[in-house]
Design a protein around this ligand. Structure first.
Ligand SMILES: Nc1nc2c(ncn2[C@@H]2O[C@H](COP(=O)(O)OP(=O)(O)OP(=O)(O)O)[C@@H](O)[C@H]2O)c(=O)[nH]1
Ligand SMILES: [Mg+2]
Length: 451
């Protein structure tokens, strides 16, 4: 639990290289505490005052001070934000002066924890704020904003209300069996519970979208040795990241590089060129390349039209026939075998390219961006997706209990009601209506100080 009477303070912005620093103060009496540093009262709430921070006869900084009167504040209690000039020393000394006046350093996530205890947000919303701050692409950020605005909380409340309704029917029968209260039929129970189970399964499945987006969309670049895979990676990244030489077998292990495309976190894998090799290290590299090709969500399959078709290339094309891929005929500046390759890939949509002259690269990049449209990875019917394993575990437990009730026939209604109360508790724990202190501590310890 929190010490409600404490006034807490924290620097909410980065102290390195930022032009503005924000010091947050929260708790009853914070207005008077900060005013004592300004030698002037802070009269109005939600009003920005330009004030000097004074220590003895010295001016420390000229700052903007905003007072938020509880409950209309982030934490739900009186709060002050001081916007000072940035930099480590300046922000830090203003913060330390606040501590000297009697505030204490806030713990990680303590502002949000207070907001939670003061009913300003539920646990899902609190965690979404943290997810928003930590999101590594704009789709995850958009999802966090939806969660912050309660889209998932409402879904959980609906599920909880459906369960409460069933419990109410069961209890009416348990409490007043002689009063003509109709018994809850198995069919009725099965229908209601099956609906709850299917709603939960949709939610659980949506977590896959999160995993995919947060881990990154995997794109493998593959082909025989020397086709220009590493050259293509460098061209995509617009940086000389991978070693390029005319020696076949230059890339021996998988090179991994990350890029944001269309707001998606995309991981490119440059793989070892495929050829029949006796070299132990190269053989391992080729095996790894094959695994990466299998795991990738998009494959860039490259051919070198300046050299003749190999058996490995024919095999690779066959093996990847069902894969989502972009087929590239590279080295069109030396198109000696163009006709052979065009014949080989006649049934597959393909692009011709020269990484030497950059001919065709714009078209390739356009195609790559089209393949990496977020709509290709997120079903348009998905309103939001679950972005936290904590919810998955709780939802699975609820689902399991519902399945158990359906599967076991002839259970007395008292037992069913008890089981359903467990599911209700599980859902309430997700929102934080009921909670355990250690779970809360664990959740808020992942937050930044000042949030
Ligand atoms: N003429 C010409 N040469 C190219 C083109 N693209 C790449 N190269 C050259 O082909 C050689 C091999 O390029 P890499 O990018 O190292 O090929 P790789 O597929 O990564 O090769 P491995 O790692 O050995 O499998 C280098 O000398 C490149 O400069 C192109 O479009 N035209
Ligand atoms: Mg290479």
């Amino acid at each position: 639990m929190i010490e409600k009477k404490d006034i807490i303070a924290a620097i909410a912005t980065s102290t390195v290289g930022s032009t503005i620093g924000i010091v947050r103060v929260s708790g009853k009496g914070c207005r008077e505490l900060v005013a004592s540093l300004l030698n002037k009262p802070i009269k109005k709430a939600r009003y920005s005052y330009l004030r000097k921070i004074i220590k003895g006869d010295k001016i420390l900084d000229e700052v903007l001070v905003i007072f938020f009167q509880g409950p209309k504040s982030y934490t739900g209690e009186d709060m002050i934000e001081i916007h000072c000039h940035g930099g480590y020393v300046n922000t830090r000394r203003i913060y330390e002066n606040i501590l000297e006046k009697g505030a204490r350093s806030a713990h990680r996530g303590e502002f949000t924890k207070r907001a939670f205890f003061n009913g300003k947000l539920d646990l899902i919303q609190a965690e979404s704020i943290n997810n928003l701050i930590n999101s590594n692409n704009s789709i995850l950020a958009d999802n966090s904003v939806k969660m912050m605005n309660g889209i998932f909380s409402r879904r959980i409340e609906e599920l909880r209300d459906k369960i409460i309704e069933i419990i109410a029917y069961l209890e009416a029968f348990i409490d007043f069996p002689e009063d003509d209260v109709e018994e809850v039929s198995e069919a009725f129970l099965d229908e209601r519970l099956n609906k709850i189970i299917s709603d939960i399964k949709v939610l659980i499945r949506s977590f896959d979208i999160y995993k995919r987006l947060s881990d990154g969309i995997k794109v493998a670049i593959a082909g025989k040795t020397n086709v220009g895979k590493s050259s293509l990676l460098n061209a995509i990244l617009k940086e000389e990241k991978a070693i390029v030489t005319n020696i076949p077998g230059t890339t021996r292990d998988i090179l991994e590089h990350q890029l944001y495309i269309n707001g998606l976190n995309v991981i490119f894998f440059d793989t070892a060129g495929l050829r029949d090799s006796e070299d132990t290290v190269e053989k391992i590299g080729i095996k790894r390349a094959m695994n990466k090709i299998e795991q990738s969500e998009l494959l860039i399959l490259m051919f070198d039209i300046s050299s003749s078709i190999t058996e490995e290339e024919k095999e690779l094309l066959e093996k990847t026939k069902n894969k989502n891929k972009i087929v590239v005929l590279n080295k069109c500046d030396q198109e000696k075998y163009l006709k052979d390759y065009q014949k080989l890939v006649k049934d597959v949509d393909h692009l011709t390219l020269s990484l030497k002259t950059s001919d065709g690269f714009d078209a390739f990049e356009k195609r790559l961006h089209e393949e990496l449209e977020p709509s290709n990875f997120i079903d348009s019917n998905v309103e939001f997706f679950i972005d936290n394993p904590r919810y998955i575990q709780s939802l699975k437990n609820v689902c399991d209990i519902c399945i158990k009730i359906i599967d076991k026939k002839d259970i007395p209604p008292e037992f069913i009601a008890e089981d359903l109360k467990e599911t209700r508790k599980g859902l309430s724990e997700i929102i934080g209506e009921v909670y355990k202190d250690d779970i809360l501590d664990k959740i808020f310890s992942t937050f930044c100080i000042g949030k």
